[in-house]
Design a protein around this ligand. Structure first.
Ligand code: SAH
Length: 588
C-alpha cells in the first residue's frame, strides 16, 4: 500500500521556490532539476523526456512546474491505460495555477486541491461528476478507500444519466454532496468497515476508522525470541480483524504506549498490515471514567486513538490487543506521535554532486536539523523552513543528547556533519551520549547512520590515487586528545610506512603541530615524499597542491585543509600541462 512520493520537476531556478513550497506539504517528495539550469535539487536529470517517461512508467506522481503542453506532449506516447496512470499536474511557475492533467483514478484532483490550498489558489478541476455532484466517486477524499474501484465509472455514468442512489453509513463528503439521494433506491453506496466488496450497483467505501491498540505483557529480549514474539503478535491481530470481519483497508494504524516503543513486534505488526504506528505517552492515554477490569491499557490506547467505541479485545501470552472504531476517519498525522527517527548523515565535502541520494532524501524529509552552523549553511536550500538547532562546534555531546531528545518526541532529526559522519564527526558523539546517558525513551528511536564522502577521499580523487595502498588517518587536533598520543601515532604510522591523511592540520590557535608532524615524518621518510595539500574541496575556493614533505609548513593549511602524506612508494606523474597526478601503487 506504500504510495510512491511525488517528483516535482523544474526546468530552471526561478521555479524552485514554488517547488519547495509544494514539497513541504508532500512527505517524501523529491525535487528533480534540469542539469545546468538548476542548483541544489535532490535529483539532477539531463533528458527531460526520458526522465518524465520513466517516472510515469513506474507510477511516480509528477508535478511539473511548467506549461501543460510540455507535459502532454512528453507523456502522450504512454497514455494507454487510465487505471494505471499516476497523477500528473502542471503548476505555473509563479504559483498562480494548478492544473490536474492525468490520473483521475489515482487522486489527481485531491492532489491538485491540496497544492492549491498551500498556494492559496483554486485548482482547475474539470471532471463532470465532480462539477455536477460535488464528489468524485472514483477518487474519494483521504480517509476513505473505495473497494473495487473499477465499478465506480459506470456507477457515476448511471447517476449522470438521471439515476438515484441510497446512502448507508456515515461519510460527510457524500452526505453533503449534491448526489441524487433516494432512500428507496436499490442502487447503494455503503460506508462500512466490514470486509465486503463493491459490485455493479453497490459501491463500498471503507472509512479509515479502525484503531488497533496494543500493549506488551512482558519485555524479554533476544533475536530469536523477537521473531517468535512478532509472529505471535501478528497472529493475534490478524485473528481479531478476522473475527470482527473488518476490512484491512479500514485500519488507520497500530497504536501503542511510548513505554513499549522499543518492542520490535509492534513495528512488525504495523509493517505487515502496511499501516503506520503511532505512540502515546502514558499521560496522553486517557484514563477512562468507568475503569473496570476490561479497561486495560490496550483498550485505553485504542479508545484514545479512535475517540470511538471498543469492538473487541483479546490477548495472547505476551500481548493484549484492542480494536476500536472512530466515528470519522482517523487523521494519522494528528493522532499520537510517530516513532522518532535520528539520521546521522554526512553531506560530503561540499558540492551536492558528492552527496548520496540517501542523504538527499533524508535532508528533504527531516523535520529538524542539528549541526554546526557552517555545515547547515552549506545545505541551506534543504534546511529552509525546517527547525534548525545550531550550536558551537565543540559542544558535541550536548548536541548529540539534544538530537536524541528531539527524536524521542517523535521528530525526524538529521544530525549533520560534513564529509562522513563517522570520521571525526557526530556519529561517535551520538553513540557516546546514547551509552552514557542511556535514557529509556531513546530505546524506541530508529537510528541510522548515512555515510558521506570524507575529505581524504575527495582529496585523493582530485589528485589521483594517493591512498591506493595501506593508509591511516590522524587528526592533529590536540583538543580532545593529548599531543603525546598524536606524536606516538605519527611515529608508528611513519615506521609502518602508511600513507597518512592529516585532518584538522592547523587552526588559528594551533600551528606548531603540523611542523612537528613533519619533523617526525622526516626521520623516517624522504624529504621528496609527495604531499597533497587540499583546501575547500567541493566548495568555493577549492585548491589542491602537490608539494614535498620538506616544504610542508603551517602557512599552506587552515581548518578546511586535509593533507595527504605519501608512503615511501607514493609517486608523482608530471603532466604536460604542468599539473601532476599522485598515486600509491598496490604492488610492491
Ligand atoms: N567528517 C569530516 C571531517 C571533519 S573534521 C570528513 O569526513 O571529511 C574537520 C577536518 O576535515 C578539517 O579540519 C579538514 O581537515 C577536513 N575537511 C573537512 N571538509 C573539508 C573540505 N571541504 N576540504 C578540505 N578539508 C576538509
Amino acid at each position: 500500500m506504500a504510495k510512491i512520493p511525488p517528483a516535482v520537476v523544474v526546468l530552471n531556478n526561478s521555479s524552485i521556490p514554488v517547488a519547495r513550497k509544494i514539497i513541504s506539504i508532500l512527505p517524501g517528495a523529491q525535487l528533480y532539476g534540469l542539469a545546468g539550469r538548476t542548483d541544489n535539487v535532490d535529483v539532477v536529470f539531463t533528458e527531460f523526456g526520458t526522465t518524465l517517461r520513466e517516472l510515469f512508467a513506474n507510477g511516480t506522481p509528477i508535478i511539473g512546474i511548467c506549461a501543460t503542453g510540455i507535459l502532454i506532449r512528453t507523456l502522450a506516447p504512454l497514455l494507454a491505460n487510465k487505471r494505471q496512470e499516476p497523477p500528473v499536474l502542471a503548476v505555473a511557475e509563479d504559483g498562480s495555477a494548478v492544473v490536474p492533467l492525468l490520473g483521475g483514478l489515482s487522486g489527481v484532483n485531491n492532489l491538485a486541491r491540496q497544492i492549491a490550498d498551500e498556494l492559496g489558489i483554486k485548482a482547475a478541476i474539470t471532471t463532470t461528476g465532480e462539477i455536477r455532484f460535488g464528489v468524485a466517486l472514483e477518487d474519494p477524499p483521504n480517509g476513505y478507500i473505495l473497494s473495487q474501484p473499477e465499478y465506480a465509472k459506470n456507477f457515476m455514468s448511471d447517476l449522470l444519466a438521471g439515476g438515484t442512489v441510497k446512502l448507508e453509513g456515515n461519510a460527510p463528503w457524500l452526505k453533503n454532496s449534491s448526489l441524487p439521494i433516494d432512500p428507496a433506491d436499490e442502487r447503494l453506496i455503503e460506508i462500512t468497515e466490514k470486509n465486503i466488496s463493491s459490485t455493479n450497483n453497490h459501491l463500498v467505501y471503507h472509512p479509515v476508522t479502525v484503531a488497533i491498540g496494543i500493549t506488551t505483557l512482558s519485555t524479554k529480549q533476544g533475536k530469536d525470541e523477537n521473531l517468535e514474539r512478532s509472529k505471535e503478535a501478528i497472529a493475534l491481530v490478524e485473528k481479531m480483524l478476522g473475527d470482527a470481519e473488518l476490512s484491512l483497508s479500514s485500519v488507520a494504524g497500530v497504536f501503542a504506549s511510548t513505554d513499549d516503543a522499543a518492542e520490535p513486534a509492534l513495528q512488525t505488526i504495523a509493517d505487515s498490515l502496511g499501516v503506520p504506528i503511532r505512540f502515546f505517552t502514558p499521560s496522553e492515554i486517557k484514563t477512562l471514567i468507568f475503569q473496570s477490569d476490561t479497561a486495560n491499557t490496550a483498550v485505553m490506547i485504542a479508545l484514545t486513538a479512535s475517540g470511538g467505541n471498543l469492538v473487541m479485545q483479546q490477548q495472547s501470552s505476551n500481548f493484549i490487543c484492542a480494536i476500536a472504531i472512530a466515528p470519522l476517519p482517523i487523521d494519522i498525522n494528528s493522532t499520537g506521535k510517530p516513532r522518532g527517527k535520528l539520521a546521522i548523515i554526512g553531506t560530503g565535502p561540499g558540492t551536492s554532486d558528492w552527496m548520496s541520494p540517501e542523504v538527499k532524501d533524508i535532508l528533504s524529509n527531516a523535520t529538524d536539523f542539528v549541526g554546526y552552523s557552517t555545515y547547515l549553511n552549506l545545505i541551506n536550500s534543504f534546511v529552509q523552513g525546517k527547525q534548525r538547532h545550531e550550536s558551537d562546534n565543540r559542544e558535541e555531546l550536548a548536541r548529540a543528547s539534544m538530537a536524541l531528545d528531539l527524536a524521542a518526541e517523535g521528530r525526524f532529526v538529521a544530525v549533520v556533519s560534513s564529509g562522513d559522519p563517522g570520521i571525526y564527526a557526530m556519529a561517535a558523539a551520538v553513540f557516546e551520549a546514547f551509552e552514557k546517558e542511556a535514557k529509556p525513551e531513546w530505546q524506541g528511536i530508529e537510528i541510522k547512520v548515512s555515510p558521506g564522502i570524507s575529505a581524504m577521499q575527495a582529496a585523493a580523487a582530485r589528485i589521483g590515487a594517493p591512498l591506493g595502498h595501506d593508509f591511516c588517518t590522524i587528526s592533529l587536533s590536540d583538543i580532545l586528545k593529548p599531543w603525546s598520543i598524536i606524536e606516538q601515532r605519527i611515529t608508528v604510522a611513519a615506521q609502518g610506512d602508511f600513507a597518512i591523511a592529516f585532518y584538522n592540520p592547523v587552526s588559528k590557535e594551533r600551528t606548531w603541530q603540523l611542523s612537528e608532524a613533519r619533523n617526525i615524518l622526516l626521520r623516517y621518510r624522504a624529504a621528496e615524499t609527495p604531499v597533497v595539500v587540499a583546501r575547500n574541496l567541493g566548495r568555493k575556493g577549492e585548491s589542491v597542491q602537490v608539494i614535498t614533505l620538506n616544504d610542508l609548513s603551517p602557512e599552506l593549511a587552515d581548518m578546511r585543509t586535509v593533507i595527504i602524506v605519501g608512503s615511501s612508494k607514493t609517486r608523482t606523474i608530471q603532466k604536460n600541462d604542468g599539473n601532476a597526478w599522485v598515486y600509491t601503487p598496490r604492488s610492491y
